[in-house]
Ligand binder design. Structure first.
Ligand code: SF4
Ligand code: SF4
Length: 188
């Protein structure tokens, strides 16, 4: 480059601004070291890695970053967040992308989105998740009627599943407060 050349800053994309606002994270701080991806237990199964998600947001690739499987396979373990040298809460970014995708009705992994909804409903109804009911509702709603049915006899025999739903008033009230607080923060 010659001495008189100038660098013209690229305008920050609308999508990047939206993700930063939703997550409260400074996405442009990411310098692509890849530590988040190296520790991520879901990255190998997804179509893009956490590092690529961060780069995609920086580039304003809204469709690609809202339609990938990584944001749905993320299990919120926060290993990426703990590893990031820039102190970016990547797990929070993943969560923000899930929320944005859901609001736009474009959850790529619809079964996972369905599972999330049923999980929360189950926790809200009884104060903690009733696994047997959750599995049953999930199989019926997703159309995977026989998914994991073969595991039922041994899990029941070992006492790993409760036959009846839980109804703990105290826990139910606590979950209700958490959901109300979350709704308030989301501006619902
Ligand atoms: S929080 Fe999600 S993206 Fe981060 S390491 Fe865990 S699974 Fe991967
Ligand atoms: S660990 Fe942080 S800086 Fe490194 S690639 Fe991931 S988000 Fe970017």
């Amino acid at each position: 480059m010659g001495g008189n050349s100038t660098v013209t800053p690229v305008a920050q994309s609308k999508f990047l601004s939206e993700v930063e606002r939703e997550s409260g994270q400074r996405i442009m701080d990411c310098y692509q070291c890849g530590k988040c991806t190296a520790g991520c237990p879901s990255a190998a199964s997804a179509d893009v890695t956490p590092r690529q998600v961060m780069r995609g947001i920086q580039l304003g690739l809204a469709e690609e970053m809202l339609d990938n499987s990584m944001i749905w396979l993320c299990v919120s373990c926060q290993i990426c967040t703990a590893r990031c040298p820039c102190e970016i809460d990547i797990a929070k970014v993943m969560e923000s992308l899930r929320l944005m995708a859901t609001r736009q009705g474009r959850a790529k992994e619809r079964d996972i989105a369905l599972f999330h909804r049923l999980f929360l409903k189950s926790a809200e109804a009884g104060g903690r998740v009733w696994e047997l009911g959750l599995g049953g509702f999930y199989n019926m709603s997703s159309g995977h009627l026989l998914a994991n049915v073969g595991l039922l006899p041994s899990m029941l025999a070992k006492g790993k599943l409760e036959v009846l739903p839980h109804h703990n008033k105290k826990a139910k009230a606590a979950v209700k407060r958490i959901i109300e607080r979350a709704s308030l923060l989301e501006g619902k």
